[in-house]
Design a protein around this ligand. Structure first.
Ligand code: PMP
Length: 455
């Protein structure tokens, strides 16, 4: 009853992010009502294992008492404090200091945002300010990867290279450029990892040469591409790209919105290769999705150039009402404690190995072209013909149908439209919970194989 009226209200009033509006009006909403640990319960009382941690964000699992207590206590003590001008609050200062400590190398200055999109926007704004301050105002172009995702603001959606985020929105903007993604399974270089990395380095050099080195400001990338279909670059790729940026005199920005906070087995994915970016963007796992928050962390030299450029009296005119929100920051501190002292990054690393072993065992399934991933970030790419790696016809709406089928089997996954199934479970999973995700995935694949129209 309650749920029926909610469905009607939703149909009439709520615009959903990245939904087909007409399709949603027809299908109606599925209301999620409560969650504990790694299990979510919907309004029909159905319990599902969350193989996607909400939207790759609930890294610490649902219902953590210490996180709830931290938010409650902070709301009671000081629900809001601006960070504008010279004001601040204790949790935001302590969280900035902890992030400076946890991030690699000389990443030491933290600007808080409300999520990932505005972290990316802020990074672009700071990069512009930086080059203007250095007297290089012609450095404006930004290069990203095909299949990359960097948010849904005008800036971020233009840096994104997924057509659905461009269509109808008049992006990308003229200063936004792309090079091919390092995608061993589908790259023209085949699965020769060295060749894939060499091709990326060459593509970046060529693009910078084409645009003119003096005009290029930065290269942005995800250490593992998430929304593009969990694309894992070869080992050594991130380091090679970082070094190439240094040689070319352009800033290297790691967008760790998904890969940060234990998602790939280390606190940040850059650590796998000892890479220190000039700027790093983060969100999601920063607060484990309990409240909104993101950040851009910049290296000491980038910060110093901006501060010197502004001079002693003029403000740097970049600020959000909720930058460094004290409740979000208190949640962030409580969540970080779970990752570090609570051993969640370590647990996630071990469970990630188990997940990859389980999904790897599904690679022999007739529908699975490739199982890939790093840590607790993984995917199965389904193909209609394995030998040719042939993708399914988009008209089959395989993503929607696989999502619904998995859901019926008590599993939430990310089902991309082209038949890639994404996994990003909470880092709190036990071995039995990982096995349950794999088992329900196997059952789903077997059912998909029975669909008469897919071959
Ligand atoms: N960058 C990356 C790599 C992301 O995956 C996302 C979100 N999925 C964003 C930026 C944007 O973050 P948000 O949705 O919090 O604005």
């Amino acid at each position: 009853m309650l749920s029926n009226s909610l469905v009607e209200l939703d149909r009439r009033h709520l615009i959903h992010p990245v939904a087909s509006y007409r399709g949603h009006e027809e299908r109606g909403v599925t209301v999620l009502q409560s969650a504990k640990g790694v299990f979510v319960t919907d309004a029909q009382g159905r319990e599902l294992i969350d193989g996607f941690a909400g939207l790759w964000c609930v890294n610490a699992g649902y219902g953590q008492p210490s996180v709830v207590a931290a938010a409650t206590e902070q709301m009671q003590r000081l629900a809001y404090a601006t960070g504008y001008f010279d004001l601040g609050s204790e949790p935001s200062i302590r969280l900035a200091a902890e992030l400076a400590d946890l991030t690699p190398g000389d990443l030491s200055r933290v600007y808080f945002t409300l999520g990932g999109s505005d972290a990316v926007d802020s990074a672009v704004r700071f990069i512009r300010y930086y080059f203007n301050a250095l007297g290089k105002p012609e450095k404006k172009q930004v290069i990203t990867l095909e299949q990359g995702y960097h948010g849904s603001s005008t800036t971020g959606s233009g840096l994104t290279a997924l057509p659905v985020f461009h269509k109808g929105f008049d992006v990308p903007l003229p200063w936004q450029h792309r090079i091919p993604s390092p995608f061993p399974y589908r790259s023209p270089e085949g699965e020769d990892h060295r060749a894939v990395t060499a091709a990326s380095v060459a593509a970046l050099r060529d693009k910078v040469a084409e645009l003119g080195a003096d005009t290029v400001a930065a290269f942005f990338c995800e250490p593992v591409q998430g929304s593009g279909g969990v694309i894992v670059p070869p080992d050594g790729w991130l380091r090679a790209m970082r070094e190439t940026c240094r040689e070319l005199g352009i800033l290297f920005v790691a967008d760790e919105v998904i890969t940060g906070f234990g998602r790939t087995g280390t606190m940040f994915a850059c650590e796998h290769e000892g890479v220190v970016p000039d700027l790093m963007t983060m969100a999601k796992g920063l607060t484990s999705g309990y409240v909104p928050m993101g950040a851009v962390v910049m290296s000491e030299p980038v910060y110093q150039a901006i501060a010197d450029g502004a001079g002693p009296d003029a403000p740097v005119g970049h600020g959000f009402t909720y930058s460094g929100h004290p409740v979000s920051a208190a949640v962030g501190l409580a969540v970080l404690k779970l990752y570090t002292e609570g051993g969640l990054v370590e647990n996630g690393r071990r469970m990630g190995e188990r997940l990859m072993a389980g999904l790897g065992a599904l690679a022999g399934h007739p529908l699975v072209g490739e199982a890939r991933g790093r840590g607790m970030l993984a995917a199965l790419e389904l193909v209609s013909h394995k030998d040719e790696k042939r993708k399914f016809d988009p008209a089959l709406k395989l993503g929607e149908r696989i999502f619904a089928c998995a859901y019926e089997n008590g599993l939430i996954v990310r089902a991309f439209p082209d038949g890639v199934i994404g996994f990003a479970p909470p880092l709190t999973c036990t071995p039995d919970e990982i096995d349950l995700i794999v088992e329900r995935t196997r059952k789903t694949l077997d059912q998909v194989l029975d669909w008469a129209d897919i071959r």
